[in-house]
Write a protein that binds this ligand. Structure first.
Ligand SMILES: [Zn+2]
Length: 427
């Protein structure tokens, strides 16, 4: 099946230029043409969609999430990070069973698809169920394999099983290695993950410097910062690295990560909600560090909404530094799309460009909150919200259109998720 979008306004994300009256042709799962309307083009096995001047842009890449944690939405409000994780989240997580991982992921997948998120990097347990949920939902995912605690068994054979599963589960799933954080896992597990990532040429991710407590505890215990400790483990060597949060890096940390292929995944909503702080994004941009965006899990956000993250990552810097010139709206859009795609090691994702994967969203420009269009890019970051997402296409397939998920029964997913959280509380 092919799709021909006509009469589109297009933000390719290659640069700030906006294309008008444009045709975008999708052949299978690949963008085949972006340009002026072709009068005599014969479109075989093709759906023609007139988007009537609405905006087509790349889908959002959510570079840090724990999707199944949407089951815990609203639990632990008012707790700081450490208290939230240890006293509220871990006890619930210990009661999770297979169907809960599935139901939690599906709830999040439906929310993400409706909100224009087309790729998610998901770090959680229950990998088998996550694979099933990614397949069933239609979203694109980088699924983390590695260690969440310092208690899991260490062996390359254990990891190989997950690697085989994740590399043989269809073209929308790719593996990424992880250790949860320096305070939850240990050097032996980091070493195992680093070794495996090098051998199989996989990107690698971890939480780092999320709170001042983490940085202070690390200094007391090891005499270095979390980033310094990771460098001593060899974490940044020979592979793409994605660092979630980075709220409290200092100049020396920036100098370290500048030497390697590192992306910062900033999660501003989660950092605000848990009282963790505001990441110095402007400093990272000044150092030419690649910055991407993530929602984190819904238990610390409490939604999966990249419009909110874009607004915050841009405007928090203006606010705390008393300077509105620092992070541009276009920069925030790059963080939400192409920068994330690069971080997750895709060679052709995150732009509307010939040869790229057809992960595209349509933004409704006809609603009052988007008019007038004095500056379309400013409007997308500062005026738009999830209600403006009119269509979501992932891998060439339209999954959401005009307020409806085309292949998922939303009511059923919500019921299943509610059953899961009730069962967890009763166990
Ligand atoms: Zn996280």
């Amino acid at each position: 099946m092919n799709t021909r979008f006509i009469n589109a306004t297009v933000l390719t994300m290659e640069d700030e230029k906006i294309l008008y009256d444009t045709e975008v042709f999708i052949k299978g799962n690949i963008i085949d043409y972006v340009g002026p309307y072709r009068e005599d083009f014969c479109c075989k096995d093709c759906e023609v969609i007139d988007v009537k001047g609405n905006l087509l842009m790349p889908g959002f890449v959510n570079t840090h999430c724990h999707a199944a944690m949407s089951l815990f939405r609203g639990i632990g409000e008012g707790a700081n990070f450490k208290n939230w994780w240890i006293d509220y989240m871990r006890p619930l997580e210990e009661k999770l069973e297979d169907e809960d991982y599935y139901n939690g992921f599906m709830l999040s997948a439906s929310e993400m698809i409706k909100n224009g998120i087309t790729t998610v990097c998901d770090m959680y347990m229950g990998i088998d169920q996550t694979v099933k949920a990614v397949n069933d939902s239609g979203i694109r995912a980088n699924i983390c394999m590695g260690f969440i605690l310092g208690t899991e068994e260490l062996s390359e054979n254990g990891l190989i099983g997950y690697y085989n599963l994740l590399t043989n589960s269809g073209d929308r799933i790719k593996p990424i290695m992880y250790c949860h954080a320096i305070y939850s896992t240990d050097e032996a597990r980091y070493s195992e993950v680093i070794k495996f990532a090098k051998k199989y040429n996989l990107p690698i991710t971890t939480h780092v410097s999320e709170t001042l407590d983490e940085v202070g505890d690390c200094d007391k215990r090891y005499g270095v910062s979390p980033v310094g400790l990771l460098e001593s483990y060899g974490f940044f060597d020979n592979t793409k690295t994605l660092l979630a949060h980075c709220v409290h890096l200092d100049k020396a940390d920036c100098d370290i990560i500048n030497n390697y292929d590192v992306t910062v995944s900033s999660n501003p909503s989660s950092n605000l909600y848990l009282g963790s702080g505001i990441a110095p994004i402007n400093a990272y941009l000044n150092k030419n560090i690649n910055v991407a965006l993530g929602t984190d899990g819904s238990a610390s956000n409490n939604s999966l909404n990249m419009f909110k993250e874009m607004f915050l990552v841009k405007n928090l810097q203006s606010g705390i530094l008393n300077d509105a010139t620092l992070v541009t709206s276009f920069n925030a859009l790059k963080m939400a799309t192409i920068n994330g795609a690069k971080a997750l090691d895709y060679s052709s994702l995150g732009l509307i460009k010939k040869g790229y994967l057809a992960d595209i969203i349509e933004i409704d420009l006809k609603q009052s909150n988007m008019q007038p269009l004095n500056n379309l890019i400013t409007n997308v970051v500062n005026s738009a919200d999830v209600n403006n997402v009119k269509m979501t296409m992932i891998n060439g397939k339209i999954l959401f259109k005009d307020g409806k998920l085309l292949y998922l029964d939303e009511e059923q997913l919500i019921n299943n998720a509610n059953k899961s959280i009730q069962n967890i509380k009763n166990r």
